[in-house]
Design a protein around this ligand. Structure first.
Ligand code: FES
Ligand code: FES
Length: 211
């Protein structure tokens, strides 16, 4: 090795030592600063707020006759939007898996399980919940018929039953008890008020009330 090579080798060693020093000190600085800053941000819920700000999307939907301009997470279901964000708790969460019908609402006049419906898909739609069907002062004919025929016991399934019952009549599927049972089969009542529910629907169907 000549002198020149020796000098280069020495200079290379110095450079690499300097790089290592800089790397290590940067890492130490990062270790010293980042966790504290990150912990403080997490403690303040900043990470959630930043994520939420990026994740939320606008939604315009008519709920029970009132146009709502909302900001929602794309993953939220219609059921959770109604209950958690709009506090319309008349619509019930039973199974949350599309198997009990307790969460039934109308979207543009069609009955849907709101637990299986992404709220984003209702952009520009008309959503009707049990709160929008009738009022305490003026019950919808189906609500009145459920009371008249004792169509509920614990009542937990009743909002979904009534929303389905109205749809059943509107769809033209309430012509006889067998047909009603078939088209109401997606709504489970664990109290077993089925016979009275069928009576209530038959009453409305043959009573001629506008549903
Ligand atoms: S809660 Fe939606 S079907 Fe059961
Ligand atoms: S009335 Fe109790 S589950 Fe239907």
């Amino acid at each position: 090795m000549n002198e020149h090579e020796h000098m280069e080798g020495g200079s290379g060693h110095a450079d690499s030592s300097r790089r290592n020093f800089l790397k290590q000190s940067s890492a130490l600085a990062a270790l010293a600063l980042t966790p504290a800053a990150a912990n403080a941000a997490i403690d303040n819920g900043l990470d959630e707020k930043v994520a939420a700000a990026f994740e939320k999307m606008p939604l315009q939907v008519d709920i029970n006759g009132t146009m709502q301009k909302l900001s929602i997470e794309p993953r939220v279901t219609l059921l959770d939007l109604l209950r958690e964000q709009l506090h319309l708790t008349g619509t019930k969460k039973g199974c949350d898996h599309g198997q009990c019908g307790a969460c039934t609402v109308h979207v543009d006049g069609q009955r849907v399980n709101s637990c299986l419906t992404l709220a984003m898909t209702t952009e520009g739609c008309k959503v009707t919940t049990i709160e929008g069907l009738g009022s305490v002062d003026q019950l919808h004919p189906m609500q009145a018929a459920f009371i008249k025929h004792d169509g509920f016991q614990c009542g937990y399934c009743t909002p979904g039953q009534i929303m389905s019952a109205v749809a059943c009549v509107r769809e033209g599927h309430a012509n006889n008890p067998d047909e009603i049972r078939e088209y109401m089969s997606g709504n489970i009542c664990r109290c077993g008020a089925y016979a009275n529910i069928v009576d209530a629907i038959m009453d409305v169907k043959h009573g001629g009330a506008r549903v």
